[in-house]
Design a protein around this ligand. Structure first.
Ligand code: IPE
Ligand code: IPE
Ligand code: MG
Ligand code: MG
Ligand code: MG
Length: 307
């Protein structure tokens, strides 16, 4: 495309939007290839798995994998596998998050939720199967360094389970109708959403040349701030954006009496807090210089996104 937006910068790099579209379409194609064909038996389950993970979503976690991969010149074929794995876990988490026993939502990514389009039992199995597929992909990639690969599998497993996303979801359900203080809310957000965002960043870095201990610590600081930022912005959007823009039902958090950063501190202070987190995340990237350009751009995208 010859639009000014797609013109490479002076350093020969694509503009952010063009880079983002490139990663999104690469990940879409990789997921479409990795998921079982819709007609393979059991066809209804495979159709539902494809429904829940293709043609939708901002693909923020894959974008973070690719952006972090730039810190250590990671090969794209490894990044694609890591990105697909983390996106499959994320898609599974959304299918279960929307179930009647959890948030009871009927709209996701602008379409009926998986259990509405198919049925609840199928949606449960979709989650189970997307999760298994994520680990199958990550284990199947031919990494030169097997030790590193095991570290990546362990990282993704831990981020998904009771000490990560699933644990955060448990806290979220227990917190309905209660008010949490800020450290409690931060823990819930760090687990239910932050853990997978952090895993995406660290997985991207692990696909490339090893970082020094100091650089790894800086990247982890970034990943934790970015993870919390992501959910604080999700809380803000839930009560400021429309259902049409979000592609999911707006105003659900207040209606379901969920503690959020907006219920804790009000909209203005929640926005200020998001601004603080953005600054802290960007500062953590300072040791990386130009190599962190995409991570910096993504931090701004996560802060300024409209859905
Ligand atoms: C929504 O995540 C759920 C949260 C963890 C806050 P996203 O906003 O990344 O959802 P998609 O993937 O773009 O639909
Ligand atoms: C979702 O948090 C977190 C996970 C799916 C793990 P929310 O419940 O706020 O996400 P949305 O708003 O439904 O996307
Ligand atoms: Mg939820
Ligand atoms: Mg929800
Ligand atoms: Mg939400």
């Amino acid at each position: 495309m010859n639009t000014p937006a797609s013109a490479p910068s002076a350093a020969g790099q694509l503009a952010f939007e063009e880079w983002m579209l490139g990663v999104q379409s690469q990940v879409e194609a990789a997921l479409a290839r990795s998921l079982p064909p819709a007609e393979a038996i059991p066809a209804r389950l495979h159709q539902a798995m494809r429904y829940a993970s293709l043609n939708g979503g901002k693909r923020v976690r894959p974008l973070l994998v690719f952006a972090a991969g730039e810190l250590g010149a990671a090969p794209p074929e490894r990044l694609q596998v890591a990105a697909s794995a983390v996106e499959l876990i994320h898609s599974y988490s959304l299918v279960h998050d929307d179930l009647p026993a959890m948030d009871d939502d009927t709209l996701r990514r602008g379409r009926p939720t998986c259990h509405v389009e198919f049925d609840e039992a199928t949606a449960l199995l979709v989650g189970d199967s997307l999760q298994s597929l994520a680990f199958e992909l990550l284990a199947g990639q031919d990494f030169a360094d097997r030790g590193r690969q095991v570290e990546m599998l362990r990282l993704l497993a831990r981020a998904s389970g009771s000490c990560g996303m699933a644990g955060g979801q448990a806290i979220d359900l227990e917190a309905v109708g209660k008010s949490l203080n800020q450290p409690e809310l931060e823990l819930m957000h760090a687990l239910k959403t932050g853990a997978l965002i952090r895993a995406a960043v660290l997985l991207g870095a692990l696909c490339g040349n090893a970082l020094s201990d100091a650089d790894s610590a800086a990247l982890d600081r970034f990943a934790k701030r970015a993870g919390l930022l992501f959910q604080v912005v999700d809380d803000i959007l839930d009560c400021t954006a429309s259902t049409a823009t979000l592609g999911k039902t707006a105003g659900k958090d207040a209606a379901a009496e969920k503690p959020t950063y907006v219920s804790l501190m009000g909209l203005e202070r929640a926005r200020d807090f998001a601004g603080d987190l953005r600054r802290q995340a960007r500062e953590a990237l300072s040791p990386f210089g130009e190599r962190s350009r995409r991570l910096l751009e993504l931090t701004d995208f996560i802060t300024q996104r409209k859905f």
